[in-house]
Design a binder for this molecule. Structure first.
Ligand SMILES: Cc1cc2nc3c(=O)[nH]c(=O)nc-3n(C[C@H](O)[C@H](O)[C@H](O)COP(=O)(O)O)c2cc1C
Length: 182
């Protein structure tokens, strides 16, 4: 099997994105994938104050190294002001350019309090990932009204949404394995 980095896309304490990340981690582990959560809460934001682009930043390197050593990434992205959180862009802006995402398989889950399930947030983030030549898995999951539609044990409480989540999980595992030639 392979190593999956689940990126919890916000630094907000007690975030729903982290809860969702824990739930999907379980799904991947049940299927034999070594899945680790990396939360934007742990991104060393004080290291990048003042814009030290291109400089050696040991704490940033320590945060990003295990992510970039993974075989695939799964982003759990909350919608903030019709987009993805700024910390997630900062994370990307401090990845090695241009190759960090090149040919790296990725999948996307969007979550939002509102009715559109972070469609905008995920699509905007995908523009960035595409620009950096990532390999996007086409099945995405969008969870609207997250508070009403998520249970930490059972997952998504709308049956169709849970079905789509399981389909993404199985499909993404197949996608990554096919790319790895297994
Ligand atoms: C700064 C901020 C901006 C937000 N903007 C939106 C928004 O534009 N649309 C929306 O549906 N929800 C918005 N939300 C709510 C989040 O999408 C919602 O809480 C989501 O379930 C997960 O965010 P979390 O991981 O921070 O808990 C916003 C939340 C915050 C903190």
């Amino acid at each position: 099997m392979f190593k999956l980095a689940i990126i919890s896309g916000t630094d907000r304490p007690n975030s729903k994105s982290y809860m969702m990340s824990e739930y999907v981690q379980k799904l991947y582990e049940e299927r034999g994938v070594e899945a680790t959560i990396y939360s934007m809460m742990d991104f060393p934001i004080s290291e990048v104050a003042g814009g030290p682009y291109g400089k050696e930043l040991p704490k940033v390197e320590a945060f990003r190294a295990p992510i970039l050593a993974s075989d695939a990434l799964l982003f759990v992205i909350p919608e903030y002001n019709g987009s993805f959180p700024g910390i997630l862009k900062l994370f990307v802006d401090y990845l090695p350019f241009p190759d960090a995402f090149k040919n790296l398989p990725m999948a996307f889950i969007g979550i939002a309090a509102g009715a559109f399930g972070a469609l905008r947030a995920v699509e905007q983030f995908q523009m960035v990932a595409n620009y950096r030549n990532a390999l996007a898995y086409p099945e995405r999951v969008f969870v609207s009204r997250f508070n009403q539609h998520f249970d930490a044990q059972e997952g998504l409480t709308v049956p169709l949404q849970q079905e789509l989540l399981l389909s993404q999980t199985d499909g993404f595992i197949g996608f990554v394995n096919a790319l790895k030639g297994r």
